[in-house]
Design a binder for this molecule. Structure first.
Ligand SMILES: Nc1nc2c(ncn2[C@@H]2O[C@H](COP(=O)(O)OP(=O)(O)OP(=O)(O)O)[C@@H](O)[C@H]2O)c(=O)[nH]1
Ligand SMILES: [Mg+2]
Length: 305
């Protein structure tokens, strides 16, 4: 499936909502006037673009209409697209594998860390990158088995320890193994945690310290990707902001964009954060992950012109 179709399928609920609402309001009012712009703002808010972003987008269209003195459906959609693209400036997750690259998947419970770890491993493994997964979630009973299943699906080795063991010791083992086997990309799954639980945040910091120490001799690059669940709406923005305050983040992943009509949340997150959106989770399957492409995202979110 092409990347565009992946985005289109994944965001179909949001696009359907936005398109139907847009068409209904346009048909009802018959003109693209102030009332239309107010309704458009409401549609964007309901698609979870956030109040701030929705207001900003509509204000910018209003200003242009005033300046240009003309307006039609195409004009509105083109301008909306352009402004959304400005908000979504992203940078792809493109590790260079001259050195071992270690990525920690972090975030609150249930956002899709384990699933996304498996999907990323699969994507790179297919390209011939030597990947390894580490089961850094030793807390939840099924977490280790879940990661092992992803390891099998992605055809990638999984380093795991027993339930309840220190996650930092899993990282230590995985680093030894990754160095011995000349691994390019080591993805560490971690337990879901809240940013305001100091003991859990300290545990994560310890995992990173162990990776940094064990990776020093081979010049390993250590990164963290924050996984956010689109279906939690504006909470995702709060999580992004809060995690960023207490840990260093290198990229953001928004999962479950297929889950409901709230795909606009990516815009709210991008507007709030300086950290790039690197992946979009567009379904539960192994191939349902795409590098976050702003143009494909916007084309999939908005009605056809
Ligand atoms: N529809 C959809 N479901 C997803 C996506 N990503 C993950 N999921 C589902 O979300 C649920 C939770 O995913 P996990 O990967 O277990 O989440 P987690 O963050 O590892 O959860 P904890 O380890 O408990 O914190 C699973 O049922 C996944 O299949 C996505 O992009 N789309
Ligand atoms: Mg998990």
């Amino acid at each position: 499936m092409s990347l565009l179709n992946k985005f289109k399928n994944g965001l179909s609920k949001t696009r359907q909502f936005v398109t139907e609402s847009f068409n209904r309001v346009a048909a009802g009012l018959g003109v693209f006037d102030e009332d239309f712009l107010d309704e458009l703002e409401m549609i964007l808010i309901q698609a979870d673009c956030g109040v701030e972003v929705s207001t900003k987008l509509v204000d910018s269209i209003r200003d242009r209409i005033r300046a240009d003195g003309k307006v039609d459906r195409e004009y509105i959609l083109d301008n909306l697209k352009r402004d959304m693209l400005n908000i979504l400036g992203t940078k792809p997750f493109q590790p260079n594998f001259d050195h071992l690259h270690v990525v920690f998947m972090v975030g609150v419970n249930g956002t899709g860390k384990t699933t996304t770890a498996g999907k990323i491993a699969w994507q790179f493994q297919k390209q011939g990158v030597k990947c390894m997964l580490a089961a850094g979630d030793t807390f939840r009973a099924a977490a280790i088995d879940q990661l092992k299943v992803w390891g099998e699906r992605a055809n990638v080795p999984v380093i795991a320890n027993t339930l309840g063991s220190d996650p930092a010791s899993v990282v230590f083992d995985a680093m030894q193994s990754a160095k011995a086997r000349n691994i390019d990309l080591l993805i560490v799954d971690t337990a879901g945690r809240l940013h305001n639980k100091p003991n859990l945040m300290n545990e994560m910091a310890k995992m990173r310290r162990v990776a940094a120490r064990e990776g020093e001799a081979v010049g390993a690059i250590i990164q963290s990707l924050l996984v956010l669940d689109a279906t939690t709406g504006q909470n995702a923005v709060i999580q992004a902001r809060s995690f960023n305050e207490v840990t260093s983040l290198d990229g953001l992943i928004i999962t479950k964009l297929d889950g409901n009509a709230k795909g606009g949340i990516a815009l709210a997150v991008a507007d709030e954060m300086e950290i790039p959106l690197v992946y979009a989770g567009l379904g539960e399957g192994i191939d349902d992950l795409a590098p976050f492409d702003p143009r494909l995202f916007v084309d999939s979110l908005l009605p056809e012109v």
